[in-house]
Design a protein around this ligand. Structure first.
Ligand SMILES: NC(=O)c1ccc[n+]([C@@H]2O[C@H](COP(=O)([O-])OP(=O)(O)OC[C@H]3O[C@@H](n4cnc5c(N)ncnc54)[C@H](O)[C@@H]3O)[C@@H](O)[C@H]2O)c1
Length: 337
């Protein structure tokens, strides 16, 4: 086993070398970072992914830091097709990140994929987790379940009102997970983390910040969908990963928790900061606001602080610098898409 990296000031992040955990969606953006951090802490990580969510070159790049670790095992399979119970034996915690992400693709006939990967997969996973005696499942939910945040930060008690089919599937998935946890006789506990726009190295290429950085590196204009005044609460991936680790041992039974920063920034300002970092203004064009895009997102993170001890640690400019340098070093802009 690799040497453990123990973070001494935070009890919830102490290394647990005997624990076997599962990360679904391990070939994805957030899942690959979470798996790496769990391995650093001395966990044995079983990663499950159907390896179809990204182009092959991206999958390989995302898996590379974990595949080199002998405590990492990769299972290639669709969660709706694989027999999960054998893989869940002796597992303490499942981090369920696998999903079909993205708002725009969820309209039209592709919705079937969203239903399968987001709803059906979650149902089958939860059922197998209960039958296998898994103690905790940490589920990745989304700010998209709220709709917009025109009246200030949203708390977990706000009425969900998703504006996209994607948001509807994420709401169904988190509520399914909670229903399984509340099932009579269930010993399993669930924390559903509602992430607010996560960014950082390996961010999905369809996401705004990736596209802004690619535009700055290639000098090719990016089309902003809408007037650019829409605001987002941007969460650095390290903070999202820490939230997962904190949710692992928090004293809760069935809970949804916002994971954001509490700071909301207009898209035009993000473009300006990326331009500052790049040393040249990002060339912008403007297009129609798309169906399902919410106007603003803004998280109230008080419950996250109270329930799992989460506080965001990375401000937007610092996080953008890290993602920019990573993209430049990885010559992302040179890669044919
Ligand atoms: N990135 C964000 O800003 C953000 C915001 C809110 C919520 N989320 C949620 O966080 C999670 C991770 O997001 P991400 O940005 O890392 O996405 P991602 O697309 O990079 O990763 C998702 C992974 O899940 C895998 N997958 C999808 N369906 C599967 C299935 N049926 N069986 C097995 N594997 C499957 C894909 O191959 C992919 O590798 C998702 O649940 C997403 O809805 C992300």
């Amino acid at each position: 086993m690799d040497r453990m990296q123990v973070k001494p000031d935070d009890g919830s992040l102490m290394a647990q070398p005997d624990r076997q955990v599962v990360v679904t969606g391990v070939a994805g953006f957030i899942g690959s970072h979470l798996a790496r951090e769990l391995l650093n802490l001395g966990y044995r990580v079983l990663g499950i992914d159907y390896l179809a969510g990204h182009p092959q070159v991206v999958i390989e790049r995302n898996l590379a830091p974990n595949k080199i670790d002998k405590s990492f095992t990769l299972v290639r399979g669709d969660l709706t097709e694989v027999s999960l119970i054998p893989w869940f034996q002796g597992v303490d915690t499942i981090f369920h990140l696998a999903a079909c992400p993205g708002v725009r693709g969820s309209w039209g006939k592709d919705f079937a994929r969203y239903v399968s990967s987001n709803i059906l997969a979650t149902h089958l996973l939860m059922d197998a987790a209960i039958r296998s005696g898994v103690r905790r499942v940490v589920v990745s939910s989304s700010s998209s379940i709220y709709g917009g945040a025109s009246c200030g930060p949203v708390t977990e008690t706000n009425l969900p009102a998703p504006l996209s089919p994607y948001g509807v599937t994420k709401l169904a998935a988190e509520q399914l997970a909670l229903a399984h946890a509340r099932r009579a006789g269930s010993q399993m506990t669930v924390v559903a983390l509602r992430y607010f726009t996560v960014y950082g190295p390996r961010q999905r290429e369809d996401m705004l910040i990736s596209r802004l950085i690619t535009s700055a590196l290639t000098k090719k204009p990016i089309t902003i969908l809408g007037d650019g005044r829409q605001r987002r609460d941007f969460t650095f991936v390290e903070d999202a990963v820490r939230a997962n680790l904190m949710a692992m041992h928090a004293d809760v039974e069935a809970e949804v928790i916002n994971i954001g920063t509490g700071v909301t920034t207009p898209v035009l300002e993000v473009a300006e900061i990326v331009g500052d970092i790049a040393g040249m203004a990002v060339p912008l064009k403007f297009g129609q606001r798309q169906a399902g895009d919410v106007r603003d997102t803004h998280a109230d993170v008080s419950l996250a602080r109270a329930k799992i001890g989460y506080l965001p640690t990375v401000d937007l400019r610092s996080g953008l610098k890290v993602q920019f340098e990573w993209a430049r070093a990885n010559k992302l802009a040179d890669r044919p898409t």
